[in-house]
Design a protein. Sequence first.
Length: 254
Amino acid sequence: MRELIEVADGVLVATSAIMSTTSTLLVGDGETLLIDPCWLPSELDGLADVIDDRGLTVVGGFATHAHYDHLLWHERFGAAPRWASRPTAALARDERAELLEGLGADFPRPLADLMGRVRGVDAVIPASSVPRGSAPELVIHDGHAPGHTAVWLPDQRVLIAGDMLSDVELPLPFAPDDLEAYVAALDLLAGYASRAAVGIPGHGTPGGDAQRRLDADRRYLDDVAAGRVPDDPRRANPGMEEEYERLKQMIAAR
């Protein structure tokens, strides 16, 4: 069972052993909305144990984007509706075969069958899927993935950023050329990051430095686009030097 850390009133975060992937629970009055529950089958089962132990009822789920590690679910979470932006829901449906390949052949079939079963929404999560005491706002953009969505909690001043604003991952625009969309997404998120008391990345550590992380992402992208070698400590993390080289190739091919 993974430890849940309360980062703000009614906002609980668990971190996976795989890629520091985060699961976020919005909790209020015995209900919870699950955002990006992940990753290992044992961790999903442990999360279900915690939900049962706390006497919580899952009233909804939300996927920030259409990558397999953010589309997961467990039968013990129940049959509550699961939501995502409309582009994310379309990708989860149309690219299901590729997403299942990403999970691997050994991923348990019942959990694989539940992966990606999300419905599209335009602007808000239906009220019936939101626990009392929360008022999540969806910030939909195309940085990192089409229809990628951050979730802003104005009362708690928490920004659930999806796979952006990470302390361990570099910015990861998608191929073939998402750089403009990624920069536009940073512009959109800047107003929220400047107000956030806590930022929760999809991979990494929740922290009170969302604005600093956003500024670091801007510097990194500016440096790579200008042909400068970025002095970013995240390059030393697993897989990030390869992502740096990929971004250089993307920019060179434009």
